[in-house]
Design a protein around this ligand. Structure first.
Ligand code: GAL
Length: 418
């Protein structure tokens, strides 16, 4: 009798385990998978926005040297990421191996990784889950394990893995597989490699990318060098405000280790990019763009030629007080607390209890903008100190409502403390 009961119990337990397995096979894993990296949004430089695929060893070493000399490295920009165009061959992976271009990179990629590491920086590289990449170079499809091992052996620290807007209408498991295959291959390496899944903001990638171990994912198509271009340039590009609006509702998917990516920065391009479309933005607009990307916890990947940055752009990109908002360890993305169309207020709560407040004027005329933490942010704060993070000035202690003048397309950023 006792044996029968034991057997029945065992059968019941086995049945429960089998059904749990069946369930987990049919329901995709949703818990974030951590590689322990990108606990704050990655900061660095990427070659694409300025150079397109016209890159080479001298540009990369010159960029690293410039970032050391101009202070960018020391405020946190440590990644130097090669985008598309480092590869030797154009055409299908079936027809060509994946190798670096020996004319553009005579000493190879491992040399550049060593060059970066010796200066306290990191090197990133680019590939994609297709036969070819977006610019037509050989991709990684079917060779994920081999390529991940090659990248790791070179000393790579970051991979941008770009579907090039392919698989737009593929069923979710198919899209997920192309990124999972590379994520698994990287995780099997001894080297920690930050993974960026670039999928044009399609297939609700933010819902499943964290579970695949992706560290950041683009929320939209490419940015153009514009603050507010009417419509989408060429029906494809997003300007700064388009990209900002694209992120509304996606705030909850961003968290330490897994970030919404609003695309690379256009600060300093000044309408002179060799690659990106767009006519450029004003100094104030670029500063606004930078403040917004910081507040929404986007990776801060500079796209301009940092070897020749103008003084205003460098000052914008190296504002430590703004960078601190982006790198705050709480990783709580700014929410749009007030939205009057042209006048919007963003609020970001920081780990130490301070609150960052960004006043954005999207309109054409200067405006006075006001906030009260209690009325507008539902925060029990009546008396608070205010610091202006662009003027680097304390503005004293205030009760209730605080008012500031905000120019057209300007963002003023304040830190308030109880
Ligand atoms: C696009 C991507 C760009 C750049 C380019 C390279 O798909 O959005 O950021 O990486 O490919 O060909």
């Amino acid at each position: 009798m006792r044996t029968r009961i034991t057997l029945l119990l065992l059968a019941a337990l086995l049945g429960a385990a089998a059904s749990a397995r069946a369930q987990s096979a049919s329901q995709p894993e949703t818990r974030p998978r951590s590689n322990g990296l990108a606990l704050t949004p990655p900061m660095g430089w990427s070659s694409w926005n300025q150079f397109g695929d016209d890159i080479n060893e001298a540009i990369v070493t010159g960029t690293i040297d410039a970032m050391v000399a101009n202070g960018m490295r020391d405020v946190g920009y440590v990644f130097v990421n090669l985008d598309d165009g480092w590869q030797r061959y154009k055409g299908s992976r079936k027809a060509h191996p994946l190798e670096y271009d020996p004319v553009k990179f005579p000493r190879g990629i491992a040399y550049l990784a060593e060059y970066a590491h010796a200066r306290g920086m990191k090197l990133g590289i680019y590939s994609g889950p297709g036969e070819t990449t977006c610019a037509g170079y050989t991709g990684s499809i079917g060779n994920e394990v081999r390529d991940a091992a090659m990248f790791a052996s070179w000393g790579i620290d970051h991979l941008k893995y770009d579907s090039c807007c392919s698989h737009k209408n593929a069923p979710p498991p198919v899209v997920q597989k192309i990124f999972r295959d590379m994520s698994n291959a990287l995780l099997a390496q001894k080297r920690g490699v930050v993974l960026h899944a670039c999928h044009c903001g399609w297939a609700n990638i933010w819902e499943w990318a964290p579970a695949l171990g992706v560290n950041h994912w683009r929320i939209g198509q490419d940015i153009s060098d514009d603050f507010n271009y009417p419509g989408n340039r060429e029906g494809y590009y997003f300007d700064v405000l388009d990209m900002l609006d694209r992120g509304v509702g996606l705030e909850k998917y961003s968290a330490p280790g897994h970030w919404n990516d609003y695309d690379m920065l256009i600060v300093g391009l000044n309408g002179k990019s060799g690659e990106l479309v767009g006519t450029g933005a004003s100094n104030i607009e670029y500063r606004t763009h930078f403040s917004l990307w910081a507040m929404v916890d986007s990776p801060l990947l500079v796209g301009a030629d940092v070897r020749h940055l103008d003084a205003y752009s460098l000052e914008t990109l190296t504002n430590k007080e703004i960078i601190a908002l982006n790198q705050d360890k709480a990783g709580s993305i700014a929410r749009r607390a007030v939205d009057n169309g042209e006048l919007q207020i963003f609020v970001k709560e920081l780990a130490d209890g301070a609150v960052a407040v960004l006043l954005l004027n999207r309109g054409a005329a200067t405006a006075n903008m006001s906030f009260s933490p209690r009325r507008d942010f539902a925060m029990p704060i009546d008396r608070y100190s205010v610091r202006d993070l662009w003027a680097h000035r304390d503005l004293g202690v205030h009760d209730g409502v605080f008012t500031a003048e905000v120019q057209s397309h300007e963002a003023r950023v304040f830190l308030i403390r109880r």
